[in-house]
Design a protein around this ligand. Sequence first.
Ligand SMILES: Nc1nc2c(ncn2[C@@H]2O[C@H](COP(=O)(O)OP(=O)(O)OP(=O)(O)O)[C@@H](O)[C@H]2O)c(=O)[nH]1
Ligand SMILES: [Mg+2]
Length: 458
Amino acid sequence: MYPSQLDTIVALATPPGLGGVAIVRLSGMEALPIAQALSGRQHPWEPRHLYYSPIRDAQGQILDRALVVYMAAPHSYTGEEVAEIHCHGGMVVAQLVIDLCLERGARLATPGEFTYRAYLAGKIDLAEAESILSLIEARSKGAVYLAAQNLGGGLARQLGGLKDSILEIVAQLEAQLDYGEELESLDPLWLKERVTLLGREIASLWQEAEEGRLVVEGLETVLVGPPNAGKSTLWNKLLGQERALVTPYAGTTRDQLQEYLYLEGLALHLIDTAGLRESSDPVESLGIAKTREALERASLVLVVLDGSQELSSDMSELLSDLSQKPQLKLLVVLNKRDCGVLLSPSDLQERFGLTHVCQTALKWDQGLEGVKRAIVELGRSGREVSDGALSLSQRQRQTLLGVRQAWDSLVKGVQAEAPWDCLLLDLHQALRSLNELTGQDVSNEILERVFSKFCLGK
Ligand SMILES: Nc1nc2c(ncn2[C@@H]2O[C@H](COP(=O)(O)OP(=O)(O)OP(=O)(O)O)[C@@H](O)[C@H]2O)c(=O)[nH]1
Ligand SMILES: [Mg+2]
């Protein structure tokens, strides 16, 4: 997948562009000789000591003064010889330093190659590599802490106990198959109890992963309503910035706008949509079709209505549809209170069995706090209490689903008193999926997929 692992690789470890400092990172056998050549400093090179050195080009001309550090194998991120040159940030300096490294025999690293080498050297397992990616991509404080839990092999440890328990059942069943006559027969009650107990553990892992997904991705929250009701006004006010266009003309928003919002620790993926109405304008109609798609995916819907107007039959239909979806959290905002009140919260609550209705005059900042409180209350409600949250990549969630499915099939088998070898098939499948989850048993294709997501220089 990657070009030769024997090469010394180089890349910018910090984001490109203007900045105080840029770090050029080298890994491989030639890392130290190249750093020595560039800095003109032969020895001593104490590992992990920063040396302040001029950096010279091939003609001996100084192009920067930098801090250079060397990390001896195997005590480095990649487990190899590593050197880092902390030069001045900017568009050109770091690129020139990289060019000098290339001239001296290094090769440009491919995205994720440093972390891939760390994985090959056994410095980190695949689950840790994925957590490093989650950490880099984290958009909230919660997501950072969650990803950090898995660094240092946390996930493998957490799942180790479950794996041992499954292996214990496997050992018992295999012994029965191989030496059945010589052994005391297995107590079916013991088996049933173990399988039920571990099933509960797997279900709670799933719950924790869902909780984690919510922290990382945010609750899918969609603003809908008729045109001109004030959806974009609300979207802007919640985010505290004038991002969406707000005009007195109905049909202003067409493309969906999305942002992440954090309210009292609750992460929301907040989507502003085109107002729902019959429209002959083809562009607006496309926007409206997208609104309907977003509604299908939503976990929380904020229906924004102009409370100074009668409820239209469209909106009445929408409210009765949405209020019948059992999993959906629904908040109705009756806006434009300053223009009069034709829709009262109690009336709507009664008609549609709604729990959360707010009255606002968003243009004048009235009622915004109430909307925020209702969002937090709804966002937190109905979430099953679990011990914690688990940060899993999409790939890992998929494998955890595999564990669940194998276990469901096992439970059915145990209930139907299926033969031991049938039960063993499910148990082995669950183990395979668990190993895949922690990255102990993965194909090259999966490795490639994981590492290709990294940015250059990581
Ligand atoms: N009087 C009054 N006007 C408001 C209030 N909230 C929003 N408006 C105005 O209503 C108009 C429409 O607001 P938007 O936020 O663009 O409405 P929208 O629902 O996003 O509209 P579309 O994107 O066209 O679907 C703008 O002129 C706002 O300034 C309010 O509480 N009172
Ligand atoms: Mg709008």
